[in-house]
Ligand binder design. Structure first.
Ligand code: ADP
Ligand code: MG
Length: 240
């Protein structure tokens, strides 16, 4: 579903991604983990072209994302992105936050978009919040609205960049539960996370990055019990 080939990227003379290669089959869930500054956010943002790349290629379900001939707005409808800080539209109700893109980009009717939005919000435990404004919601509720908003476009891939890092501890679970449910439904996902227990439980593969490079790729059982690299051993010692 996702192929990342020989990707390099610099900000000025700072080389932040070096020779990145990996593939994610359909319905696989990959956790991108590693120390702060490793390049995790930059890498996940290149997958939907929120960041450009200097060399290489990223292909999502047959579409070369960074090819000049690609209609990136169309390609992005296939890639749901959930940010650390929710990024909801503050002046729109919950329902309008979820329906705006299906109506504007996918040209759905208002009735059709609202029907689907209500189903998604209800399935995420937000059935009583359709008319609320984001500022009146908890962080965990806002993040679940952000997930509903991404899902409303019927993406084939979901990308999460530290979706629980801005949440109070008691709200982490409700957001992880929502992501876990998507995993069980077969969604292809890339999740940047510091929630090691969660990564271990739901991911097919761990991609461990440090200093702009992929240091190690392994299934969670192997990665968390017996990683090959010293860099990963040191990281796990510090975080577990
Ligand atoms: P991570 O998400 O793993 O913490 P990032 O991808 O955010 O790492 O950052 C990787 C490196 O790139 C860091 O050194 C960061 O300072 C740098 N960086 C990220 N975004 C920019 C930017 N827009 N301009 C310049 N440097 C950046
Ligand atoms: Mg980051």
């Amino acid at each position: 579903m996702i192929t990342i080939k020989d990707v390099n990227k610099s900000f000025g003379d700072h080389h932040v991604l070096t020779d990145i290669n990996f593939e994610i089959p359909k319905s696989n869930v990959v956790a991108l983990i590693g120390p702060s500054g490793a390049g995790k956010s930059t890498l996940i943002r290149t997958i939907n072209a929120l960041e450009s790349i200097d060399t290489g290629e990223i292909i999502v379900n047959g579409t070369s994302i960074h090819d000049k001939k690609t209609d990136i707005n169309k390609a992005r409808t296939n890639l749901g992105f959930v940010f650390q800080n929710f990024n909801l539209y503050p002046f729109l109700s919950v329902l309008d936050n979820v329906t705006i893109s299906p109506i504007k980009v996918k040209k759905q009717s208002k009735a059709e978009a609202e029907k689907r939005a209500k189903e998604l919000l209800t399935s995420l435990g937000l059935g009583d919040k359709f008319d609320a404004y984001p500022s009146r919601l908890s962080g965990g509720q806002q993040q679940r609205v952000a997930i509903a908003r991404a899902l409303a476009m019927d993406p084939e891939v979901m990308l999460f960049d530290e979706p629980t890092s801005a949440l109070d501890p008691e709200m982490v679970k409700e957001v992880l539960d929502a992501i876990r449910k998507l995993a069980h439904e077969g969604m292809t996902m890339v999740v940047v996370t510091h929630e090691m227990g969660f990564a271990k439980e739901i991911c097919d593969n761990i991609v461990f990055m440090a200093e702009g490079k992929i240091v190690e790729v392994a299934p969670p059982d192997k990665f968390f019990s017996n990683p090959d690299s010293q860099r990963a051993k040191d990281f796990l010692k510090a975080v577990l």
